[in-house]
Ligand binder design. Sequence first.
Ligand code: PLP
Length: 361
Amino acid sequence: MALLDASGIRKVFDLAAKLKDPINLSIGQPDFDVPEPIKDQAIHAIRQGQNKYTQTQGTSELRSAVADICTQELGWQPENFDCMIASGVSGALLLAMLTLVNDGDEVVFADPYFVMYSHLVNLGGGVPVPVDTYPDFRPDPNRIADAITDKTRMLIINSPSNPTGAVYTEGELKDIAEIASKRDLLVISDEIYNLFCYDQPFVSMASVYENTLLMRGFSKSYAMTGWRLAWCAGPKAIINKMSMLQQYTFVCAPSMAQAAGITALETDVSGYAADYKKKRDMVCDALSETFGLIRPGGAFYAFVPAPGGNATEFVTKAINKNVLVIPGNVFSLKDTHFRLSYATSDEKLEKGLEILCKLAK
Ligand code: PLP
C-alpha cells in the first residue's frame, strides 16, 4: 500500500471541486449513454430472475459469444485457448497480476501508461518497467528490447492507448511479438478502446502473437462503465488460475450485465466512433500548430505538450480558467504533457479548446 500514490490526480480533483460549471476535459468515459437494446436486455434479465451468482468463469452464453470472436476475428484455435468474464478490464488486470507476477518479476509497458498498470504490478510484488515512448508515443523496438532482462515476466501493451491515443500498426505489433517470442514472454494486450480507431483498421496483438492474454471491455465501447463487465482470453492454464482466484475474490461478474453483454456484442456502435473521430479532428485542428500535438489515432484522448514543458503548471492555469485537464505525471515518469479527453459535447469541447489556445499564447 505504501507504494500506491494518488496525489497527482487528487490535486486536480481538489482544485476542480472549487469550480462551478467546469469545462471538464478530464473524463475517461464516453459521454453517450448505454444503447437502449442493451439496457432493455439487462432489465429483462433482472425481471426474469437472472439475479444470482453465475458460474465463476462467466455464463456459457457470453463465453461462447466471446469464443466466437476469438476464432472468427482473431483466428485462434478453440483447443488452444480459454476465456473468462471479469468485472471490468480492471478486474481482469488485477487477477492477471496476482496470478502471474512473483516477487521481483519485471513487467514492461510503454510510458505514458494507463495508471493502473504500475500500481497493480506493485501490488503483485513485481517491478514496473516503463519504457519511454516520447515524443511520438510509437513503440520503439530497440528501447523495448533494452528493457528486457532475465527478470522480465511479461509485457503489457495498450492500443489504442490511454492516455496518448496512439494506435499500433501491424508492423509495430509484429516487432513487439518478435522481441517477446525470443523469451516466450506473455503479452497482456489491453484492447479496451478497440472500437475507437479512426485512421486505420484495428489490429489485435492476439492476431500476430499466440502467447497473448487478451482483454476487452464493455465500459468504453458501450458506455457500460458502471456495469463492470469485460472479457479475457488466452492460454488455458492462465485463464484457469485467474478463474480460480476470481472464485475467491470477485466471485463472478454482475449477472444482469453478463446477460446484456451478449446484446452489446451484437450492437453497432460505429456511429459513436464516427462522432469521436470528428471530435478528434476538432482537437487536432485547434491544437496541432499551437501546441505541437501529435495526431492521436484512437481512444478519446489527446496527450498534448504543455507550453513551457511543465504540465502541472499549465494544468493549474487551465483550471483557473475553468478547464479541467490532467497533468502528464499521473500517467508517466515525466510531467511535460497533459491529457485531454474529448468525450464531451462539441460545444464544451470547442469552448475548452479556445481557452487552452489563449493560455498557450
Ligand atoms: N484499461 C484502460 C487502458 C483504461 O483506460 C481503462 C479505464 O479507463 C481500463 C482498462 C479499465 O476499464 P474497466 O472499466 O473495464 O475496468
